[in-house]
Design a protein. Structure first.
Length: 205
């Protein structure tokens, strides 16, 4: 099945236009995630803030599919590596930039790498049709969220030299309610978008 972005893309016969469309999608998606990262609430007991990034990652993965979704998240990370303030701000308003923001010693780097994995996983599930109903979309978004924390929490443990209980308190527990709301919002958008496309552009590639 085609994901939302590929349903809107120019046909494969128009190679240049199709590639340009995908490049534009990657740029727009990475900027969306960067903007949502600035919606950030620092918590006094953890280096991991509450942000809007997860919503963007899940939407981009589902809408773009695995290949374009992963490429978009890699592009997002590269914006930060080259020095752009695209990651969530610190409590003082500063931004981590450069390759150091993605190293093992960076407590939030695991979440950033987890975003790449989540985009690929959710995109692959969307390609299998999991984004066509609300129930299956919730499942896809949940698995994507699990992938983020599966990378983020162990990385936080290593970076902060923390035990598992502490890492869960810092890097998982405070975010469960917010991330549940975000994944439900993302899951609700996808079937509706496909329904609209089915009406206005049936059979689109």
């Amino acid at each position: 099945m085609s994901t939302l972005a590929l349903r809107l893309a120019p046909p494969r016969s128009k190679t240049t236009a199709r590639v340009a469309f995908q490049v534009g999608c990657a740029g727009a998606g990475s900027l969306l995630i960067a903007a949502l990262a600035q919606v950030s609430i620092p918590l006094p007991f953890t280096p991991v803030p509450i942000t809007g990034q997860t919503l963007g990652v899940l939407l981009v993965g589902a809408a773009y599919g695995p290949g374009l979704g992963v490429a978009t998240l890699v592009l997002y990370l590269m914006w930060g590596v080259v020095g752009l303030p695209v990651f969530a701000p610190n409590a003082d308003g500063s931004h981590e930039t450069g390759a150091a923001a993605l190293r093992l010693t960076a407590p939030t780097a695991g979440y950033l790498w987890g975003f790449v994995v989540a985009a690929g996983l959710v995109g692959w599930l969307a390609q299998k049709g999991w984004d066509r109903t609300f129930a299956s979309s919730v499942g896809a978004m949940f698995l994507g969220s699990v992938a983020i924390y599966a990378a983020g929490v162990p990385w936080l443990m290593a970076a902060a030299d923390a035990d598992l209980e502490t890492a869960l308190t810092w890097g998982l527990t405070p975010f469960i309610i917010g991330d549940t709301l975000k994944l439900l919002a993302a899951a609700a958008l996808l079937p509706g978008a496909h329904h609209v496309l089915d009406r206005v552009r049936p059979g689109g590639a």
